[in-house]
Design a protein around this ligand. Structure first.
Ligand code: ADP
Ligand code: GLC
Length: 477
């Protein structure tokens, strides 16, 4: 089985969010499960790749057809756990970060990347049995394979899988770029609403042999008007090819017993060093050490509408009467950042806001905070709740998407529970759940048992990698 993975980001090369975690770990998990398979990963050569750590070797040069004339592309590789290619070329150099400030500016870059990846396979004479694309950025490759299958023998046998990590991001504004690269709008009888017929993600969904999303609950939610983003009817008609496969974690990288970023290693068997991580976290961010056992609330997030982080100021203000401290780490939307900073000003002894992208601090928050706040309005899967649980930090999360699939609520099943869920993405609902969490926190024995259950849950890729392998086999048959 030859499998080609295509994505905008993958750890350890590039990471903006969970997509990078998933695309960095799933191919390796599949390779461990199926050592004979030939699995390769193709990424754009974003400018900020650490070339000292990953020295590049050229592997191929070719051109990608464009309305204004062919564009020269170059592919490079570097030593890694499995073959990985980086594609360069003028449209990728347009933007040095993985994503432009506004998604509508990313059309040419990712239309080019998707088609260049297909040209790379052809240049190498490497015919994939399965092309597995992720999100709108690489959906044009899925569409292009479907269009080429009929007349290009090279693509006649390739089956396509498109994984939706975030449905609202459809590649809005990329229509003209697709057309400039020779990808026409979908036909009138495609079943897609008219506005969607020029957008990368809908075109990929129309063309894909299989569609997956990153949790079973989100797979159901996108069939409803609330979460379907206008594609619910179209997706319902293709529900037979849609499955939800829960993300896993790279449990070697995410292990509190051997995480170099965590000052005091610990495990579910011996939780006591975790107390030192709590104190160290306070020192690192400048929170005072209060008398008594005061819970530290954490947040680690991209600041976007999706994540509901704008609800924190109102939720925490409702809990003024309770003792708590909070460490909030986030990057993104300025309005949300400003609201967080106002909270920090209002409660200088209680709240520390750190703006920016800081992977080391993220890990120390999971290892030192007591509760992780996750008020996402929707969440296709979510990795932060799994990371938190693995590090003994108890999630307090909105019951939606993958959060509902990975966190078991305390009141629902006290002896099996791993966190607290709340039914609505509102400040009131979050504050209510936090009150329940504070009550359990007050009893150290019950709290430790809750932490241990979360830490012992199996978040590895094993089961999910098997589900993907099965899907590939069914398609390639
Ligand atoms: P999403 O992909 O929607 O952002 P996930 O929960 O799937 O959400 O994954 C988020 C990933 O990004 C996690 O690995 C988390 O630790 C990391 N992350 C998010 N925000 C930050 C930040 N400000 N600094 C460092 N890491 C972050
Ligand atoms: C997206 C989603 C997140 C998911 C991640 C990896 O960024 O927002 O829920 O965990 O992709 O699949």
């Amino acid at each position: 089985m030859r499998v080609m993975f295509l994505a905008a980001e993958a750890v350890p090369f590039f990471k903006v969010g969970g997509l990078g975690d998933v695309v960095g770990s799933l191919p390796r998990a599949l390779q461990a499960l199926e050592p004979d398979w030939d699995i390769r990963l193709v990424l754009p050569l974003h400018d900020h790749l650490d070339r000292e750590r990953f020295p590049l070797e050229p592997v191929a040069a070719f051109t990608v057809p464009h309305r204004n004339g062919p564009i020269l592309a170059e592919a490079y590789t570097t030593a890694w756990d499995l073959p990985v290619y980086f594609i360069s070329g003028a449209p990728i150099l347009l933007e040095s970060s993985v994503y432009a400030a506004h998604p509508s500016q990313d059309g040419p870059k990712y239309a080019y990347f998707s088609l260049a990846a297909l040209e790379l396979a052809r240049t190498l004479g490497w015919m994939p049995d399965v092309l597995h694309a992720h999100d709108w950025h690489t959906a044009p490759a899925v569409y292009a394979v479907a269009l080429r299958r009929e007349h290009a023998p090279f693509w006649a046998h390739t089956r396509t899988v498109l994984t939706v990590h975030n449905l609202p991001y459809m590649g809005q504004g990329a229509g003209p770029a697709l057309q400039a690269f020779g990808l026409p709008p979908a036909p009138d009888d495609s079943g897609l609403p008219e506005w969607a017929r020029v957008l990368p993600l809908p075109l990929g969904l129309w063309a894909a042999d299989a569609i997956t999303t990153v949790s079973p609950t989100y797979a159901r939610e996108i069939l409803t008007p609330e979460h379907g983003c206008g594609l619910e009817a179209f997706l319902r008609a293709r529900a037979d090819r849609l499955t939800g496969i829960l993300n896993g974690l790279d449990t070697t990288s995410w292990d509190p017993a051997q995480d170099p970023e965590v000052p005091h290693p610990f495990s579910p068997e011996d939780l006591s060093p975790r107390e030192e991580n709590r104190q160290a976290l306070r020192d690192e961010v400048g929170l005072p050490h209060p008398a008594g056992r005061v819970p530290i609330l954490g947040a680690v997030s991209r600041l976007t509408e999706q994540k509901g982080m704008d609800l924190l100021p109102a939720a925490l203000s409702r809990l003024e009467a309770y003792p708590w401290q909070a460490v909030l780490l986030g990057a993104g939307d300025e309005e949300i950042a400003t609201a967080w900073q106002a909270l920090d000003k209002r409660y200088p002894e209680r709240v520390k806001v750190i703006l920016g992208y800081n992977p080391g601090l993220a890990r120390r928050i999971y290892a030192g905070a007591d509760m992780l706040l996750i008020p996402s309005r929707y969440e296709p899967c979510g990795l932060v709740q799994m990371m938190a649980m693995r590090y003994g930090c108890v999630p307090v999360a909105h019951e939606t998407g993958g959060l509902a699939d990975t966190v078991l609520d305390y009141d629902l099943a006290p002896r099996r529970s791993t966190g607290f869920l709340f039914p609505e993405a509102t400040a009131k609902s979050l504050a209510f759940a936090l009150r329940r969490a504070f009550a359990v926190f007050a009893d150290p024995r019950r709290w430790r048992a809750l932490q241990r259950r979360g830490m012992r849950r199996d978040f590895s890729w094993q089961a999910s990698a098997r589900a993907y392998a099965q899907l590939y086999r069914a398609l390639a048959r």
